[in-house]
Design a protein around this ligand. Structure first.
Ligand code: COA
Length: 148
């Protein structure tokens, strides 16, 4: 398991403001993204979407895309298939000197019903959480442009 190499220092931004920073994507996974048997989508694809959400969070906080440093936890909770619609959400939970801790969740909201008809699909009454993760991004000091 990766270890922190430096301790975070005090945030330059008020926690109430940074905790309010959220970003989300809503998308359909095309069948062309299916990678494994049965139209299963690779978990790394969802991590790519988390990366896009993380990038938006960093732009909103720092005016810079920053870099993903480490995931400390990733849980694949339910399979994702080509044709699924997902909501991907992230939020900043802690701001350090250059580090920004984040939480992510991907939820399935629509899924195909190929056994009913090739074009059939249904809206899930309750979205299914498919992936949860937490991680840390870094915006180097000289690239932080939205400091107040
Ligand atoms: C991200 C990167 C710029 C960080 O380099 P760095 O500044 O030398 O990293 P450091 O080890 O000094 O750590 C920077 C911060 O991250 C924190 N950190 C480091 N490793 C960590 C880990 N495993 N988990 C959580 N936080 C960590 C440090 O505590 C420090 O926080 P602070 O500044 O708030 O005190 C560098 O590692 C890099 O370029 N990595 C590749 C990034 C990449 O390509 N990602 C994939 C695509 S975005």
């Amino acid at each position: 398991m990766p270890q922190k190499t430096k301790k975070s220092t005090t945030s330059q931004k008020s926690p109430s403001k940074t905790k309010a920073i959220r970003a989300s994507l809503r998308l359909r996974i095309p069948n062309s993204e299916a990678h494994y048997g049965g139209n299963l989508v690779s978990g790394s694809k969802i991590l790519e979407y988390f990366g896009d959400v993380a990038t938006e969070l960093l732009i909103r906080l720092d005016g810079d895309e920053g870099l993903f440093r480490a995931y400390d936890n990733v849980e694949f909770l339910a399979p994702v298939f080509g044709g699924d619609y997902l909501e991907i959400e992230g939020q900043i939970t802690e701001v350090g000197n250059t580090s920004r801790k984040m939480l992510f969740e991907a939820r399935k909201v629509i899924e195909p019903e190929p056994k009913v008809a090739p074009s059939a699909a249904k809206v899930l009454k309750t979205p299914t959480v498919v992936v949860r993760a937490s991680g840390t991004c870094v915006t180097p000091k000289n690239l932080q442009r939205n400091l107040e």
